[in-house]
Design a protein around this ligand. Sequence first.
Ligand code: ADP
Ligand code: MG
Length: 628
Amino acid sequence: MNRRQKKMLARILISAALLAALSFAPVSGWPRLACYMVPYLLIGYDILIKAGRGILNRQVTDENFLMAVATVGAIALALCEGSGDYTEAIAVMLFYQIGEWFQSYAVGRSRRSISQLMDIRPDYANLEVDGKLERTDPDDVEVGSVIVVRPGEKVPIDGVVAEGESSLDTAALTGESLPREVRAGDEIISGCINMTGVLRIRTTREFGESTVSKILDLVENASSRKSRSEAFISRFARVYTPAVCLAALALAVVPPLVRILGLGLSGGWETWIYRALTFLVASCPCALVISIPLSFFAGIGGASRAGVLVKGSNYLEALSRTRTVVFDKTGTLTKGVFEVNGIHHSPYSDEQLVEFAALAESASSHPISLSLRRAYGREIDGGRVSDIREISGEGVTAVVDGRSVAAGNGKLMDSLGVNYIECHGVGTVIHMAVDGEYAGHILISDVVKPHSAQAIAELRSAGVRRTVMLTGDSRRVGEGVAAALGIDQAYCELLPGDKVSKVEELLESNSPKAKLAFVGDGINDAPVLSRADIGIAMGAMGSDAAIEAADVVLMDDDPLKIPLAIRISRKCLCIVYENIVFAIGVKLACLALVALGLANMWLAIFADVGVMILAVLNAVRALFVKNL
Ligand code: ADP
Ligand code: MG
């Protein structure tokens, strides 16, 4: 509890005690009013002030105004009638404040627990200066510095392990409890917790550019993007408050008028004014206004615990309506780790050809390039390579040891005017050309991720109607993978630009309510990520372009996170709708009872606070996504 909440609680308790005590006090007339004004003002002064300010600013559409008019009206009524029954007005204010208090407490609690779960912000870095360690603000560490992370500490900045071996706990980032082993030479991302060994890390980014800062930014800004459901609530509120005010006025004025005209309606004017005031109390839309944003906030928080970062409630809402999922193949459905299976038709020795390939590929971050460099296995001497050009979806050309080398698919060979020999093996074929002459091909193959097939099946049971795979790879490979995984359609031999137009075609054939998600690894598919209704970047912890372009970022590259993300969004949206229906339903029922004279102010406020508490508790449920 913070100080404001404590103060509020004290006000609630004291005024409740005063109210109880006053019910035994034998005072009447004006002194009685004065006595009752003490607890009333104590509990309600802030509401009255806010309502007063609202009236001055001609903004009389909030609940402060409703509460002020209703309670002041009730006191005035008691005064006119001479009944001296002020308890009701005070109790209404009291209940309203209890509701407010509970709400701020619950919201505060769930916000805190979300940020605790996202507790990945490092407080310091141990910077190595002249062989000594200095505890520094991570913000002040320059790129290329050496930092030391001891067991139990958070990795503050992205970098490469220079020395040491350890296992890392990445649970806060990926939701995955399996530890990850790292050793010298491995890349390491900030936000993990070092568990076993001391690590010396050479930083490769500034703190502000590091993974941990990116993620925190993302989560903190997520709630500012409003979803349609939230926009609905604010539009609703704008119409609702004036409408109930008019209805209350009508309730106060029309029936007594009708009576004067001689038509039989029971009750004097004071009955109808009382009903109108009760109507105002009953109309407070707090439950709705509070619980919807809270549900989204909890849903986004819960998702981030599971390693699914959603950039805004609008995307969470879109995700819940996903009907088509389009996948990139390499690195998304397959591991993107290619093994060399054969080298054919080459005038060079196998080692020589792989060396050419690895050197030419030295600057690319494509999975194929990484795999060729791994197959080469030795340190790459950057001095031997120049004029590197990467042609997206085709391959690379470069000058290696003074000779022009090209490595890529048939399209690349065609554009260079090199005749190539088709390969009959199964796998991805990297054709090579050296000095404009065909130099044979390297056959590499990739394996599908162990969870890909299960992910496709789970997507189907989560309501996805169509799955599509897009790939730049050959028809043979592409269709083989699609068939093995149970994907509905595969489009092959596409350039990155073709992937965008394919997605546009698919978008057009969808109805506007059915959303299309594209899942990619963020390497050369950023344009498609931003074109789809929902761009999902996977295992993109390192790739800035992907984090930037995507709407949803999966922290690791497990395809099962895709159906999980959809299930999380569906649960959250289900809670949102439950709350909308429940709150509006109870509200309308209450208003009807009040108008018919079947409910008094007590019941009205009780129903309102009750609905709000239930709606908030329901909203908090969105935080729990573990067993979805
Ligand atoms: P995917 O759709 O499977 O992710 P890409 O669009 O990234 O595939 O690449 C399509 C094809 O282009 C690859 O199968 C490969 O033949 C060729 N290619 C792309 N980048 C490279 C590269 N760096 N080196 C060699 N070939 C490449
Ligand atoms: Mg790709």
